[in-house]
Design a protein around this ligand. Structure first.
Ligand code: F6P
Length: 553
């Protein structure tokens, strides 16, 4: 494979890659943000890009104009924009699954034409959105009632991975826009405690289950949905007809939905060209739509579209996902950074980083190129983080003074969107002061001279010195509206795309999670039935035996 004469050069063989390596060695061996700003104060204004409502400041990065130009040359050499256009056109760029990658079609306007295998997919997208809107309105108004005639007051989404993280994250993010009289819960874990806690105080007669699963074969989801069905029937006297009023499905697999016993009229469809981790703006967002209402949901889709259009049309030097993707490559591939922190200064974005973990790590956690050759360069980073300011009192110490370089995104808003009391509203400035202070401290640190000037005893000086030069991107918007949330998610979706395009990997498959699923199915009978599992390795066999013994104690 690798010896084919027509093969384009591998990433690390490209002159653009070598130019970046040399630049790192010769021009920026010890990049220092104090010096970079002193030499070029204009970078504070120049290294800012605007997308929709987002102001993205990347001035506190270990880069110069030359670095950025060299990174752009790498993007050109690897044809990132050509690959982007192929995605938007609906080409089957997910080659290992032979699928198009068209989450962008989920937010395309009604009159757009995007073809997969010669068929325009946009009318289908809008037909489902219309069906979702009708249903969401009926639940919200009380017109859709449960089996006993009571109105629905509780909505429980059962799904996992992309069928959970997106709606759960967005529900939290948009809490101020939600119908507060309804209760929403999100169950994902096959640990029965998850469903137990989600349902223990609910009245089955008032509860709607949304079973969200692209494949409708995911063991965790189907197991939880089966248990939820039993809980419902037990609570409602066992009449099977109740299922139709209390269960709907979000899936690409009508046959399996019907097999489970859910009326396919109550199924909201999506398509194999929507990846699970790119799916919450599809039917997978039904719980969110019920929570915020169809209009707000459509505003969110508008937000996604703003960034899609930007990614498609903005020139390279002002293209936010491209710049963010390339900066990640600069650290991961040329500075040895292993991880990337996303630190939202908004309590409503508590689940945002967890959502991005799947988006980024399931997409770019790959170690072979598209043609199957092992990569010889680092690919996706470990993505982690929790909301500031909580993280500041936990792990920021390591970011400031540890031995690892951890680029971070700081995300904040000019004003809170919730209706807060004046006193609580005033806390917002304190929250944001923390964001700005962290960016400043991470970038510029504190020199030994500055520490000494404060009269600190000499033996403590090294401990109180901060080297700085910890890079951050600061993303600001006025407030966290549905549109802004859509913009943020699309920004990261396309950033992940850019990185996968440069690394020449398939960002849209996830074979790495399959092996664990298969093995779990093989091991399960050893636990449930005490069956012998042939071929179990000695370590796992010993664990299984220990588990069985402990269970009996
Ligand atoms: O964990 C792998 C995965 O396929 C994810 O990509 C997906 O989001 C999740 O499982 C859930 O899959 P499904 O929606 O088919 O239940």
């Amino acid at each position: 494979m690798s010896d084919s004469p027509s093969r384009s050069p591998r990433l690390t063989e490209r002159p653009e890659w070598t130019a970046l390596e040399n630049h790192r060695k010769d021009a920026l061996p010890q990049p220092d943000l104090r010096e970079l700003f002193a030499a070029d104060p204009g970078r504070a204004e120049r290294y800012v890009v605007h997308v929709g409502d987002l102001r993205i400041d990347y001035s506190k990065h270990l880069v110069t104009d030359e670095t950025l130009a060299l990174l752009q040359e790498l993007a050109t050499a690897t044809d990132v924009f050509g690959q982007r256009d192929a995605m938007f056109r609906g080409e089957k760029i997910n080659t290992t699954e032979n699928r198009a990658v068209l989450h962008t079609a989920l937010r395309a306007p009604r009159d757009a034409v995007i073809e997969v295998d010669g068929e325009n997919v946009v009318p289908g997208v809008h037909a489902v959105l219309d069906k979702m809107s009708g249903f969401a309105n009926r639940v919200r108004s009380g017109e859709w009632t449960g089996h006993t005639g009571k109105r629905i007051r509780n909505v429980v989404n059962i799904g996992i991975g992309g069928s959970d993280l997106g709606p759960a994250m967005a529900y939290d993010a948009l809490r101020p826009f939600t119908a507060r009289e309804l209760t929403f819960r999100f169950v994902s874990n096959v640990d029965g405690s998850d469903l137990h806690e989600a349902t223990r105080d609910l009245d089955p007669a008032e509860t709607l289950f949304i079973v969200a699963s692209k494949t409708f074969t995911t063991i965790e989801t189907i197991t939880n949905a089966t248990s939820a069905r039993s809980w419902l029937l037990e609570g409602l006297g066992g009449d099977e007809k109740a299922v139709a009023k209390h269960f709907v499905a979000l899936s690409t697999n009508a046959e399996k939905v019907a097999g489970f016993g859910i009326d396919v009229d109550n199924m909201f469809e999506f398509w194999d060209w929507v990846g699970g981790r790119y799916s919450y703006d599809s039917a997978i967002g039904l719980s969110l739509m019920i929570a915020i209402g169809p209009d707000r949901f459509l505003e969110m889709l508008d937000g996604f579209r703003i960034v899609d259009e930007h990614f498609r049309n903005a020139p390279a030097e002002a293209n936010a996902p491209l710049i963010m993707g390339l900066l990640g490559i600069w650290y991961g591939n040329f500075h040895g950074a292993q991880s990337h922190a996303v630190l939202p200064y908004s309590h409503y974005l508590s689940k945002f980083t967890a959502y991005l973990q799947q988006l980024d790590m399931e997409s770019n956690g790959k170690s072979v190129e598209r043609d199957g050759n092992p990569v010889e360069w680092q690919t996706g980073p470990v993505v982690w983080g929790t909301p500031g300011t909580n993280g500041q009192h936990a792990y920021y110490q390591l970011i400031h003074q540890g031995t690892k370089l951890i680029p971070a995104d700081l995300i904040g808003f000019a004003r809170p969107v919730a209706e807060l009391s004046d006193e609580l509203k005033a806390q917002h400035d304190l929250l944001m002061a923390n964001l700005f202070a962290q960016g400043q401290a991470l970038a510029f640190g504190k020199t030994a001279e500055e520490v000494r000037a404060e009269g600190v005893p000499e033996e403590q000086v090294p401990h109180r010195t901060f080297k700085g030069n910890r890079p951050t991107t600061t993303i600001l918007a006025t407030e966290l509206t549905p549109s802004v949330l859509g913009q943020l998610v699309a920004l990261y979706e396309h950033k992940v795309f850019v990185q996968g395009a440069v690394w020449n990997i398939d960002s849209f498959d996830q074979w790495g999670v399959e092996l664990g699923k298969v093995l779990a199915k093989r091991v399960e009978p050893a636990l449930t039935e005490g069956a012998d599992v042939p071929g179990l390795d000695p370590s796992t066999a010993a664990l299984v035996a220990a588990y069985r013994n402990l269970r009996e104690v």
